[in-house]
Design a protein around this ligand. Structure first.
Ligand code: PLP
Length: 374
């Protein structure tokens, strides 16, 4: 199998998560909404898991909702705006398409949509302060960028919003897409004071198609489609209990005492950064980036370079394309941070997980040396 350096795209399902999936599918097959005893057992298990995940994330279980992934969690928040009188929405220029793709939709419905620059990958709280208006209803800035790993100062951004609210007397919803943050950097939702956040299981060795939405004050949240009233009316649809059980294993693996593991990944990151730099390759990830992501400028168009790495048994990703179906998404993010398009087109992303070790890092550097300038 390839040496896998594409963990920001998706991670391998852990054995524990897979076992939990199978066990729960077998033992709790009933619909948690059914009133017979099997249904009640399934519902109990669902609530046990919700409590366990909420404890691990230091949040009340009443603030946690299961969805089909981060894209749906984000859509739930942004589509709920369509119920309100249009106002201003502010997002950063480096948001994932799951967030950014909402801007043209909101615009069409009369919303005033503005974007925050992210020079060097980092959003400036002072710029946010300047963009806030009395009719601002939502601000969205991701916790960790998926292309560069840039860690945003969410606390400072939230503080700017809260101070403005005090002067203005109206609430502003602060949303933070936290898919690449959970377990990978110091991240505590309550401490950050955000109103909403999205998470995805498959970025932390859980299965695809399951994620979470955090809502600090769910009472005031009105989803566009409550459907069958599951998840306290915030997300309709039969709960995917086996996937939720696997998600629990993933969250437990990535929370708790992560310091030594994150330090180990940090050392691997430093080794790769130093070697790439000494080969004359420019690193695009800021110094404070998540240890799990490095983007650099390769000497060739990124798709070509990624294919050459693949020929050498290394799975990486084109920082400019990000994914095959959203070509140019990564490039948009890099341009959003002020990087020239000639550089952005050559960007390559390598990303790590718990299974990344120094040996694979050495193999990666060896491959980079062999490829040279193509
Ligand atoms: N937000 C970020 C930052 C991501 O990296 C991703 C995954 O690509 C998503 C959102 C979408 O997550 P999901 O695949 O769970 O919908």
């Amino acid at each position: 199998m390839d040496l896998y350096f594409d963990n920001a795209a998706t991670t391998r399902l852990s054995d524990e998560a897979l076992e939990a999936y199978i066990k729960t599918e077998r033992e709790f097959f009933a619909n948690p909404s059914s009133v017979h005893s099997e249904g009640i057992r399934a519902k109990k298990e669902l609530e046990r898991i919700r409590g366990s995940i909420a404890d691990a994330m230091h949040i009340p279980s009443s603030s946690l909702f299961f969805t089909s992934g981060a894209t749906e969690s984000i859509a739930s928040v942004f589509s709920s705006l369509l119920f309100q009188e249009p106002g201003r929405v502010i997002i950063s220029r480096i948001e994932h398409e799951a967030v950014a793709s909402w801007l043209p939709i909101l615009k069409r419905y009369g919303w005033d949509t503005v974007t925050l620059k992210a020079k060097g990958g980092i959003v400036d709280p002072e710029e946010l302060e300047e963009l806030l208006t009395p009719d601002t209803k939502l601000v969205a800035v991701m916790a960790v960028n998926n292309v560069t790993g840039a860690v945003e100062d969410i606390k400072a951004l939230v503080n700017v919003v809260r101070s403005y609210e005090k002067k203005n007397g109206r609430r502003i919803f602060f949303f933070s897409d936290s898919v690449q943050a959970l377990g990978k950097i110091d991240y505590d939702i309550t401490e950050l004071g955000i109103d909403g956040a999205s998470f995805s299981a498959h970025k932390i060795n859980g299965p695809r198609g399951i994620g979470m939405l955090y809502l600090r004050s769910p009472e005031s949240f009105r989803p566009l489609a409550p459907a069958g009233g599951q998840e306290k009316g915030k997300r309709g649809g039969t709960e995917n209990l086996p996937a939720i059980a696997a998600l629990e294993k993933a969250v437990l693996m990535w929370t708790g005492n992560r310091e030594s593991e994150n330090r180990r990944i940090g050392e691997i990151n430093r080794y790769i950064r130093n070697n790439l730099s000494s080969l004359g390759l420019e690193i695009l990830s800021p110094e404070n980036a998540s240890p799990y992501i490095i983007s650099f400028v390769s000497p060739l168009p990124s798709e070509v370079y990624v294919r050459m790495l693949s020929d050498k048994g290394i799975a990486a990703s084109s920082g400019s394309a990000c994914s095959n179906n959203a070509k140019g998404e990564g490039e948009k993010i890099l341009l959003g941070m002020g990087i020239r398009s000639s550089k952005a087109r050559n960007a390559v992303r390598i990303s790590f997980s718990g299974s990344t070790d120094m040996e694979s890092a050495e193999a990666l550097i060896k491959a980079v040396k062999e490829i040279g300038n193509g």
